[in-house]
Design a protein around this ligand. Structure first.
Ligand code: DX5
Ligand code: ZN
Length: 212
């Protein structure tokens, strides 16, 4: 069954606990935390302290997406804060292998993210040690953008080469386009504005889970 990971980037920053609880009560599988450093992407979002406080109140895994340069400098910080999964971008400099190993050594799940313009060749050498591939369906940095349809082919290509891990889409995922993503082999949907702006996220999540 498709896993739904609400992105707290779309939550009310002054009511983060209320909104996180609302999503958990609605039946979400994970909570997605977009971390941004204002360098790798032109936006700034969430600190390790936010992850720490969220970890104290959440009953679902925290899926931390590091949209930052030099993520190796912050792996311990976010793991100490309670991240259950950490995804780094394949486009960053430094050894992806070393970062994946570090996340695994600390007992967490490791993911690699691809911007829409980055091909799967950037992650192929690491797939045996990658628990999740995040195929960004928008240019990273901001919620509320339109899904880039060309990324569907990337999801299908990953399954075609035999990748069995989680494939996550992030950005512009809506109730009307999720089925087409699932049909390509998607297993986790990050959804921000669609869920946080819904007046009945519980009913929406039930419909989303029923898609397969
Ligand atoms: C982009 C962000 C967004 C956000 C979800 O860097 O990561 O993808 O999580 O976006 P929407 O609101 O389009 O679901
Ligand atoms: Zn994200």
């Amino acid at each position: 069954m498709i896993k739904i990971a609400p992105s707290i980037l779309a939550a009310d920053p002054l009511n983060l606990e209320r909104d996180a609880r609302r999503m958990m009560d609605a039946g979400c599988d994970w909570l997605h935390v977009d971390v941004m450093d204002a360098h790798f992407v032109h936006n700034l979002a969430f600190s390790p302290d936010t992850v720490r406080r969220l970890e104290e109140i959440t009953t679902v895994p925290l899926d931390v997406h590091l949209m930052m340069n030099h993520p190796e400098r912050y792996l311990d910080v976010f793991l100490d804060a309670g991240a259950d999964r950490i995804t780094i971008h394949a486009e960053v400099s430094g050894s992806l292998q070393a970062m994946l190993d570090k996340i695994h050594r600390r007992g967490a799940k490791a993911g690699l993210a691809l911007k829409p313009g980055t091909g799967i060749s950037a992650v192929e050498p690491f797939l045996d040690e990658t628990d999740l591939v995040l195929t960004m369906t928008v240019e990273p940095g901001f919620g509320g953008q339109k899904l880039n349809e060309s990324v569907l082919g990337k999801i299908a290509a990953l399954r075609k080469i035999g990748y069995q891990g989680e494939i996550e889409a992030d950005g512009g995922v809506k109730e009307h386009n999720l089925q087409s993503l699932i049909d390509q082999g998607l297993s986790v949907a990050v959804m921000g504005t669609a869920l946080f702006r819904s007046d009945d996220p519980k009913a929406m999540m039930a419909r989303l889970h029923a898609m397969g």
